[in-house]
Design a protein around this ligand. Sequence first.
Ligand code: HEC
Ligand code: HEC
Length: 385
Amino acid sequence: MTFFWSSWITILSFACWLGILGVLLMVLKYKPEVEDDGTTGHDYDGIREYDKPLPKWWLVIFFGSIVWGIAYWVFFPAMFPGSWDGIATVEVDGETVAWTSRNELNSELEANNKIFTDNFEKSILAKANATNATKTLNELADLQATMRRSESPPADLQTQIDGKIAALAPAIEKLAENPSALKVGSRLFLQNCSVCHGSNAKGALGYPNLTDGDWLYGGDASNLLATLHNGRVGGMPAWRDQIGEEGVRAASEYVLSLSANNGDKDNGELDKTLVAQGGPIFQQNCALCHDKTGKGMISAGAPNLTDQIWLYGGERETVRNTLRYGRAGVMPQWEDKLGNERIMLVVAYVYSLSDRSTKTVKTTVPNITASATAPVAKVEASSDN
Ligand code: HEC
Ligand code: HEC
C-alpha cells in the first residue's frame, strides 16, 4: 500500500474510533431534566421519552468492540503498515514471520501441501512401486529451498536442480501406469492446462497437441519434467529484415514443399522456382535450428517442418507470417504454482496420453544459444550476394 493510502486508513480509523468514544462518553454524561411523570417532556406524536440508562449488555458489547479494535491494532499490522508489524506471527518455510495476509495464505498452503505430499508419498508413490523417488524429491526440495533463500545462488545450483528433476523420470513412467495417479493427474490437467491445451490435450493453433508423438521439446519423461518445471519460450526469429520479402516467399514455399504439401487444396500448386530458390536460403538460415532435413531439433524447440503437424498453421500466408514476424510461444513454468509432486502427477498424465508409437526426432545440437545466434551472422553474409 502506498504511504498516502496507509496514512488515510490509519487516520480515518483513529478519527472514527475517537469520535465514537467521544459521542458515547458525552451521552453517558448528559443528564436531561426529568419531569414529575418520569419522562423527559419530549413528545413525538404522542410517544413520550423516558430517561432510561443504556442496557448493560449493549454497553458491554460497545466497549468490548472498542477494546477489540485496540487489540487488533496491537496484534496486526494495521497502523501505517510497514511501521508496525503487529505481534501476531505465522510459520512459513520453517521460519516464524510477522503476520500478513500473504504470509498467512502461504502458511496455510504449506500445511495443505504437507498433507498432499504425505499422501502422495504414502499412497500414490508406494502403490506405483516408485518409492525411491521420495529420496530424490527430498533432495530436490532442499536444493530449491537453498535457491529461494540465496541472493546470489552458486552457478551450478540450477544444474544440480535440473539433475534431480531428470532423475524423477523413471518414477514418471511408473506413475503413468497407475490408475489412481492418472486420475489425480487428469484433474490437475483440467484445472491448470486445459485452458491452453484443450480439455482433450489436443491443443489449438499456437498451443501444441500433447497427444501425438510430435514434440517441440521432446516427449521423454525427463523432457516433459523439464518443460513443466522451467517453462519454455519458443524462439523462431523474424526473418523479413534479414532475408527480405522475396526471401520469405521463397523460404516459405520451400517449407511447404518439405511437408509434401504440393497440390494441397489450401495452397494450390507450389511455385517450383520459389521452392528452388528457397532451398539454399533454408540451408543457410534455418538448418541450424530446424536441421538440414527440416525435421527440427528438440534442443532448440524447433518443430519438424516435414510432417503435416503445424503449430501455427500450414497455409501459405500463415507460414509466410511465421517467417516474416517470427514466433515466440510461451509455456509458463509450473514449479512455483504446482510444486514437485503435482508436476509429477500431471506429467505422468501427459506421458500416458502421448502417442509412443512414433519416435521423437532425436537430432541434437550441443548448445542452444549457439544455434540461436549463429544464423544472423550467416544471413548478413547471404544478403551481400
Ligand atoms: C498459458 C497457456 C498454457 C498453459 C496454461 C499451459 N501451457 Fe503448455 N504450452 C503452452 C505453449 C504456448 C506451448 C508451446 C511453447 C512453444 O511454442 O515453444 C506449450 C508447450 C507445452 C509442452 C511441450 C510440448 C512439446 O511439443 O514439446 C508440454 C508438455 C506442455 N505445454 C504441457 C503443459 C501442461 C501439463 C500444462 C498444465 C500444467 C500446461 N502445458 C499449461 C501454453 C500453455
Ligand atoms: C534460432 C532457431 C531458429 C531458426 C534459425 C529458424 N527457426 Fe523456425 N522455428 C524455431 C522455433 C523455436 C519455432 C517454434 C516457435 C514456437 O514454438 O513458438 C519455429 C517455428 C517455425 C515455423 C512454424 C512451424 C509450425 O508448425 O507452425 C516455421 C514454418 C519455421 N519455423 C520456419 C523457419 C524457416 C523457414 C527458417 C529460416 C528462414 C527458420 N524457421 C529459422 C526456431 C528457428
